[in-house]
Design a binder for this molecule. Structure first.
Ligand code: UFG
Length: 347
């Protein structure tokens, strides 16, 4: 039987690479498009090592409309697209908003244009809980209001969802699912792929693992006088492999096309909130490392607490997070150690 071919943009990135593994494990043929602006080509070899299959790979920038169109002409058998390729650093987006608006929105528009021209009608979009801002009520459901975005990055996710929604409304044949991720952490159990930020990490867990391994001197905990039980911010931390699996389910749902709405969106989280100090304690326990950290000033733009209501994803998609925060933190630590000891300086 011919395999369904799926384009994964940003497929060498953190969530993208884990999703490519899961798609291949589920019998999909994958072609990755990535401009390697925040990832390493060696990830393709590692995906092959894990899944026994090598995804096709093309290096170009989706902001190039001609290259994007030419790509779809060449791969006329693509059945669905999972779109990850985007910038994602919140702080950088505040300093350089045009970089974010240009990259994240132009790439999306080029992709949707080229899909339309080639009758590719199934689209999964990498969205974020950032679209909710600071919700009034927790846990946040899919019908919670979309508040003003806290950053240009967050606004690109809101606008992208709107662009996709309008595109599905205007084209009967086009269907899309936006997955609103909470905080992805952890790594594949093989420790061959994981989160690999360039330079100083912005996100909590890579900062923790880099501090534990000695690359950073000390973790700063951004504020301990929030209105939460221990004063530190609360997030819903989800294992990246659980997250990756939700994309496989979304793609299957689109391809089966059994009377689903043209545009759907789901919260992809665990439903459980953990504070920064709880994450640190859990990390110290599973890694048996003592972490050097101090409480510092709040980080501008941080929401105080957010975690998902996942009932809709559980019932409609039949998807549920299976791994615990301990699993995720241990896998992140194993990845950090394996990467630094075995992969970093290898050709
Ligand atoms: N934090 C620290 N110290 C750090 C880094 C983070 O205390 O060195 C705290 C933050 O204040 C926050 C929590 O850890 O309370 C999580 O912060 P992250 O930076 O890991 O993640 P965010 O919740 O800020 O999420 C943001 C965006 C998401 C995006 C995600 C990954 O809101 O949309 O970063 O890029 F997906």
């Amino acid at each position: 039987m011919q395999k369904n071919k799926v384009l994964v943009t940003g497929g060498t990135g953190y969530i993208g690479s884990h999703t490519v593994v899961e798609l291949q494990n589920n019998g999909f043929e994958v072609v990755i498009v990535d401009n390697l602006s925040n990832s390493d080509i060696k990830v393709v070899d590692r995906i092959q090592k894990i899944s026994g299959k090598r995804p096709a790979f093309e290096n170009f920038d989706l902001c190039d409309a001609k290259k994007t169109k030419d790509f779809f002409k060449k791969h006329s058998d693509i059945k669905a697209v999972v779109h990850f390729a985007a910038y994602k650093a919140v702080g950088e987006s505040v300093l350089n908003p045009l970089k974010y608006y240009h990259n994240n929105l132009v790439a999306l528009i080029n992709l949707l244009h080229a899909m339309g021209e080639n009758n590719v009608s199934n689209f999964v979009f990498s969205s974020s809980c950032t679209v909710y801002g600071q919700p009034d009520e927790l846990p946040v459901t899919e019908s919670s209001p979309i508040k003003e975005a806290n950053s240009p990055y967050g606004y690109t996710k809101q606008v992208s969802e709107k662009i996709i929604r309008d595109t599905t409304s205007a084209n009967n044949f086009f269907k899309a699912i936006a997955l609103r991720y909470f905080n992805p952490i952890g790594a594949h159990e093989s420790a061959l792929i994981g989160e690999l930020p360039l330079g100083v990490p912005n996100n909590l867990v890579p900062f923790i693992t880099q501090t534990a391994i000695g690359l950073r001197e000390q973790l700063s905990v951004f504020g301990n006088d929030y209105n939460t039980p221990d004063g530190t911010c609360i997030r819903d931390y989800i294992h990246v492999v659980d997250l990756a699996k939700s994309h496989v389910i979304a793609i299957k749902r689109l391809l089966q096309n059994n009377n689903i709405k043209d545009f759907e969106f789901f919260n992809i989280g665990t439903g459980k909130g953990n504070s920064v100090l709880e994450v640190i304690n859990a990390f110290e326990k599973v890694s048996e490392q003592k972490l050097n950290y101090k409480i510092t000033n709040k980080r501008e733009g941080d929401v105080e607490k957010i975690y998902a209501d996942t009932k809709y994803a559980n019932s409609e998609l039949g998807w549920k997070a299976e791994k615990t925060i301990d699993d995720a933190l241990l896998s992140a630590w194993n990845w950090e150690m394996y990467y630094r000891n075995n992969l970093e300086n290898k050709k």
